[in-house]
Design a protein around this ligand. Structure first.
Ligand code: F6P
Length: 357
């Protein structure tokens, strides 16, 4: 009997989502003779009647799709099904309507592509339907637990690195300190990786407690040694440091880290400083080859896992291969930068100041 599986993308978009959708639909069709139904705008499509979803034609999912950024299905990071914001300002539990949509679509399995928050919501939402659910990790933040890589991260790092490559010559031409703020809601993975790859002098991440005084001292030393420019990478969440910054530093906990740091460094070093906030530029690009590969491998495995009777699991990348793990070991956890890990050690060995000494 032909099975029907549904796929939706949920949470913030990133590069590589289309490659996941393509891999799922192709594997379902060619490997198992199944039909794939694409659900529009994440869980929001499940609120519409008729349900906003369509069968995906494998013949139209050519390689061009794997190159495209964004998600052609659309996504949402709003509208918690269990506390859905209504026009009158109240919050309503609309999970029942969404579960009913799954029944209306006559699905035998569901694949959700999301970060830890989305996977937690989707799992809870679909459990009462009895339809097996498999998660695929995606987020430029790369902070999903129990996977070394999430789709979208490689592209974000490549973009942030390229930004540093571009900031260096302009900074050097004007003897300026160039501050680059990169994304990462709670984790510094993009900052540390791009900082190393792009030759930063300073990298500030939330996982490592830092002091403005250490940063100033490091930059001043560079300037004393004759280098008039410096590259500083700051994660947007650096102010949420586990080891809180000196209260007199007054760092913002999320928005505005780049500008805040630039102002402080201008005051403490006397140098000209410019801040660049990279923002959503890190999300909406053509995926790197690595992200296309990861997306394809995880998408294929998610379908095969459903075929094997798997449910309530997430496909993951671990130790150079695709594995799958129970969602129990994913939701409610996160994977932040390991303070004792190789990247932090590499940064220190290269003389990059992490603000803690
Ligand atoms: O989680 C992905 C992410 O891009 C974070 O890095 C960032 O903090 C957040 O989403 C931005 O969300 P929004 O698109 O709602 O502004």
């Amino acid at each position: 009997m032909t099975k029907r599986i549904g796929i939706l993308t949920s949470g913030g978009d990133c590069a590589g989502l289309n490659a996941v959708i393509r891999a799922v639909a192709l594997r379902a069709h060619h490997g198992h003779g199944w039909t794939t139904v694409g659900i529009s705008h994440g869980t929001l499509g499940l609120l519409e009647r008729p349900v906003a979803a369509r069968e995906l034609d494998p013949a139209r999912l050519d390689a061009a799709l794997a190159r495209q950024g964004g998600t052609f299905l659309g996504s949402t990071n709003k509208g918690d099904p269990f506390a859905y914001p209504m026009p009158d300002g109240s919050l309503r539990d609309r999970s029942g309507e969404m579960a009913e949509a799954v029944r209306l679509l006559r699905l035998d399995g569901l694949i959700g592509v999301g970060g830890d928050g989305s996977l937690e919501i989707l799992r809870r939402l679909f459990q009462p339907t009895g339809v097996p659910f498999i998660g695929v990790p995606k987020t430029i933040d790369n902070d999903v637990a129990n996977t070394e890589r999430a789709v979208g991260y490689s592209t974000a790092v490549a973009i942030a690195t390229e930004a540093l490559d571009r900031l260096q010559p302009t900074g050097a031409s004007h003897d300026r300190i160039m501050v680059l703020e990169v994304m990462g809601r709670d984790a510094g993975h993009i900052a540390i990786a791009a900082g190393i790859a792009g030759g930063a002098d300073v990298v500030l991440i939330p996982e490592i407690g830092w002091r403005l005084a250490h940063v100033t001292e490091h930059v001043a030393k560079l300037r004393d040694a004759g280098r008039r420019t410096a590259l500083v990478v700051v994660a947007e969440a650096a102010g949420k440091s586990d080891d809180p910054p000196d209260p007199k530093d007054d760092a913002p906990s999320q928005h505005g880290m780049g500008e805040w740091l630039a102002k402080r460094l201008a005051a403490t070093t006397g140098a000209e400083v410019r801040a660049t906030v990279l923002g959503h530029v890190q999300r909406g690009a053509e995926p790197t080859a690595e992200d296309r590969l990861l997306a394809s491998a995880l998408g294929v495995r998610a379908v095969d896992l459903l075929a094997e009777g798997g449910r309530d699991r997430m496909v993951a990348w671990w130790n150079r291969k695709v594995i799958d793990v129970p969602l129990d070991k994913v939701v409610g956890r996160s994977r932040t930068v390991d303070r004792a890990g190789s990247l932090v050690a590499t940064a220190r060995a290269l003389g990059i100041c992490l603000g803690d000494s």
